[in-house]
Design a protein around this ligand. Structure first.
Ligand code: ADP
Ligand code: MG
Length: 452
């Protein structure tokens, strides 16, 4: 394996260890320049990257390098500025050629105008009963934007295909009609754009820009919770687009009624169109996804191995890809597929282990996160409604999933009387029967407790 291949294989693995945004930021324009007596020198474009990579990612990069080549002992970074690009970005609306040639990584091929990643397509999106409704709604919207379901609201847990699906809509619309202005934006970016537009007095520009889009796609809107100024601007933008029959597409990790600290008027807008969820794929679908992805990468693995992954990697689709990727790297390095025993070793980190089942820590963590609370707030001796309900939900899960005794639950919650724990359990159990919203919340929380 030469240096380029070695670095490609490191990057392939890094992708699964850090977020896409970080990956694109820190690994763009990096390469191995020398490999000498166990020392690798990596060139980076600027001092900022150098500092970041050597402080934050040094260990991880070295670990991955060593897994591939155990003679590697040490790592260094040098700054090698990239030649200035002569063409301005404006004249290159499609794909930045430099980036895609240097690194064949999809995350770096984002379209500068729409912000869409061209790899997210309907063609490579596998449909099963777990995402059927969301897929059908997305397809309908892509065929007649603005006039079928508006807004389209897709929700589901991490790594289950929300971003893929909503970007596929955008990609299809902009391919079908070059005139349509499509814009994809993550909620975090949306918030920070609004904040900086307010600060620099350019909010009017920002609004005009938004209102000229034909299809506005906002990912992970749960992050708008508690951001009042952004919600206000978004509400107006939403209305002005909606009145002009412009398509709005939203994704979130939960349904609108479970997003706390979301203004009522915005919630009711979100609920005004089509809401569709994506849940977990079953075994058969996991198998299909794996086969498709292997084929995409032009690799063939024995049935036994694919089945092993489908059986054991259940958390989400991102993990399935990660597992497959690990084997692809092996394949690339050794020029042959691993046998099942080697595959099992390689996939250790992905496979469901007894530690992945529900435990006390996970229940507390998940419940607190779901209700946007700090974990310690669940234990506050307060009667505030915002705390009491999550606390009761946590007690409920400790009983229901872990079979904790009521006195044990009471002890965990600061020595409360065990009748408090009984009361909490029964109350949630009863409300679960009567209140659909709570049922939905409990289901989402449970799914998260188990899929971590
Ligand atoms: P989310 O936004 O829900 O966290 P993503 O859309 O980022 O999830 O999906 C995670 C990974 O799984 C992506 O690489 C995506 O392409 C892939 N993926 C998700 N759903 C599917 C699917 N139905 N078919 C094929 N690949 C999928
Ligand atoms: Mg996403």
């Amino acid at each position: 394996m030469n240096n380029t291949e070695l670095w490609q294989s490191v990057l392939a693995q890094m992708q699964f260890n850090i977020s896409k945004a970080n990956f694109a930021t820190w690994f763009q324009n990096t390469e191995i320049i020398t490999k000498d007596e166990g020392k690798i020198v990596i060139s980076v474009p600027n001092a900022f990257s150098k500092e970041w990579l050597s402080n934050k990612y040094n260990k991880l990069i070295l670990k991955i390098l060593r897994e591939t080549d155990d003679t590697i002992k040490d790592l260094d970074f040098v700054i090698r500025p990239q030649p200035l690009k002569v063409v301005s970005e404006k004249t290159l609306p499609e794909i930045d050629k430099n980036d895609s040639e240097q690194l064949k990584f999809e995350e770096l091929k984002i379209n500068k105008e729409t912000n869409l990643n061209p790899r997210y397509d309907f063609e490579n999106f596998v449909v099963g009963s777990f995402n059927e409704l969301a897929h059908a709604a997305a397809l309908a919207v892509s065929e007649n934007p603005g006039f079928t379901y508006n807004p389209l609201f897709i929700y589901g847990g991490v790594g289950l295909g929300k971003t893929h699906l909503i970007q596929a809509i955008g990609n299809k619309i902009s391919r079908n009609s070059k005139k349509k202005k499509v814009r994809y934006i993550s909620s975090e970016k949306f918030v920070s754009d609004i904040v900086s537009a307010i600060r620099s007095n350019t909010i009017e520009n920002f609004k005009n820009n938004l209102s000229s889009t034909d299809v506005l796609i906002i990912d992970d809107v749960q992050f708008l919770a508690g951001k009042n100024k952004t919600q206000e601007e978004f509400f107006h933008a939403f209305n002005s687009l909606y009145e002009k029959n412009k398509q709005i597409i939203l994704s979130s990790d939960r349904p609108p009624n479970a997003i706390s600290e979301l203004e009522e008027r915005l919630r009711s807008r979100f609920e005004g169109g089509m809401i569709a969820d994506i849940s977990l794929p079953d075994y058969e679908t996991r198998l299909v996804i794996l086969k498709n992805k292997a084929q995409e990468k032009k690799a063939q693995f024995p049935e036994e191995i694919i089945e092993y992954i489908a059986h054991n990697v259940k958390k989400n689709i991102r993990e399935l890809e990660g597992a497959l990727n690990k084997l692809l790297i092996y394949y690339k390095i050794n020029n042959s597929t691993p046998d099942i025993e080697t595959a099992k070793k390689l996939l250790k980190g992905f496979v469901f282990s007894p530690f992945d089942v529900a435990n006390y820590k996970k229940i507390i963590e998940t419940v607190a996160k779901f209700y946007n609370l700090e974990e310690k707030s669940l234990f506050d001796p307060t009667r505030r409604k915002e705390i009491v309900k999550p606390r009761q939900v946590a007690m409920f899960f400790l009983r229901k999933e872990l079979k904790y005794s009521f006195p044990a639950i009471a002890r965990k919650f600061g020595g409360k009387d065990h009748t408090t724990a009984i009361y909490a359990y029964k109350k949630i159990l009863r409300e679960n029967e009567e209140n659909n919203k709570l049922t939905e919340e409990l289901n989402l929380i449970k799914q998260r407790i188990y899929s971590g």
